[in-house]
Design a protein around this ligand. Sequence first.
Ligand SMILES: Cc1cc2nc3c(=O)[nH]c(=O)nc-3n(C[C@H](O)[C@H](O)[C@H](O)COP(=O)(O)OP(=O)(O)OC[C@H]3O[C@@H](n4cnc5c(N)ncnc54)[C@H](O)[C@@H]3O)c2cc1C
Length: 413
Amino acid sequence: MDDILIIGAGQAGMQVAVSLREHGFTGPITLAGSERATPYQRPPLSKAYLSGEADLESLELRAQSFYDDRLIAVRCDDAVVSVAFEGGDGVAVTASGSRIPFAQLALTPGSEPRRVSIPGCDLAGVLYLRDLADADELKARWGAAGRVVVIGGGFIGLEVAAAARKAGKTVTVLEAADRLIARAVSPITSEFFRQAHARRGIDVRVSVQVTGILGTGDIVTGVELADGEVVPADIVLVGIGVIPRSALAEQLGLKLVGGAIVVDEFARTSDPRVVAAGDAVLMPHPLGRPGQVRLESVQNAVDQAKVAAATLMGAPEAYRAVPWFWSDQADLKLQIAGLSTGFDQTVVRGDPDDDHFSVLYYAEGKLIAIDTVNDASDYMVVRRALGRGATIPPELASDTSVSLKSLLVPAAA
Ligand SMILES: Cc1cc2nc3c(=O)[nH]c(=O)nc-3n(C[C@H](O)[C@H](O)[C@H](O)COP(=O)(O)OP(=O)(O)OC[C@H]3O[C@@H](n4cnc5c(N)ncnc54)[C@H](O)[C@@H]3O)c2cc1C
């Protein structure tokens, strides 16, 4: 038997299946998913799909015929509930009771929203946003909701806040930390977004503690803060981060750290028969810097899935890719290349007051990442530069009269 089972029919799972066929794998592939839809893009759920500019069909990563043509068996709406190796072979059992035998396994289960656990958290209208079902519930309540409160000033929270404001709603963002998007960007970029959203009419509050959610009957009416203030709400969108889905990895006894599945640079878990990729995974830094990282991005899901497929084929290739990410918030396009963790210097290029600028991040004088707002050109220059190990002297980078490209210094031979 050479069957390959992929658990998790999302961004990474679909890519593992496609890459296996591209590598010439001819055996059976099953892509097992718990959602009713075939794999689709999540990013528009908080952007174009929410605002009605994109429909369900445009979200699909591939049409059903694509899977049919490649003999990829996509099983939707039937979560795998248990998985084990019995003797040499593996078997997975789904919620409906089906048994799926396999020789090799790819785990791509993604992550799920971290929940708030405060009084009122179960009221109708307290919502999360991870999948299509969540997005459809949000959309169903969207039209009648005049007041939207977002708990959590991360990417998803701010994207929903921006979409709500654009739709004419009264919007409040409540962030417990002292700045927005604190895990991903520098204080300069955080402060820019605080001011930019405030200028667009969103009430953005940082360093606030939410103590409860209030309602009439079982319907949400407001959010209570530690100082006793109640912020009125028809919808409360909670976006306070995600946790990796690791229940099946636990069943298999795989090594986990902080709830994430630990893999090496070849996407191998602690069991050589199992690879893993995507949001659920903790891996070595993809540019070879010290430490391990867990990335929540389309880029990582796709690139790591390709690595996982190569490993399953017995032709391992180390994961080396420049991380990149984007977030659309109103008319502001944030693009990030590289990972800024461990930076010791930043250089601002352009003027944040013009909604058009970049922040370059350095560690020991070497360029490691960039955030750009409405500047795709600087973003692309740095993304490519990081891939080649090139840098840009920090003392020259702020001069907007000179193109970033002309400042590139190639990697030392
Ligand atoms: C609203 C939103 C906006 C986003 N915006 C951006 C953005 O702008 N840019 C960006 O780069 N990234 C963005 N992301 C993140 C990006 O979508 C994820 O990083 C990416 O989808 C991760 O891919 P994955 O395959 O690891 O997980 P997923 O795409 O979540 O796929 C995992 C799948 O596995 C299924 N599954 C889990 N357990 C089981 C089981 N036991 N049996 C069967 N199936 C199972 C899940 O239901 C899910 O369908 C966004 C995410 C969300 C939710």
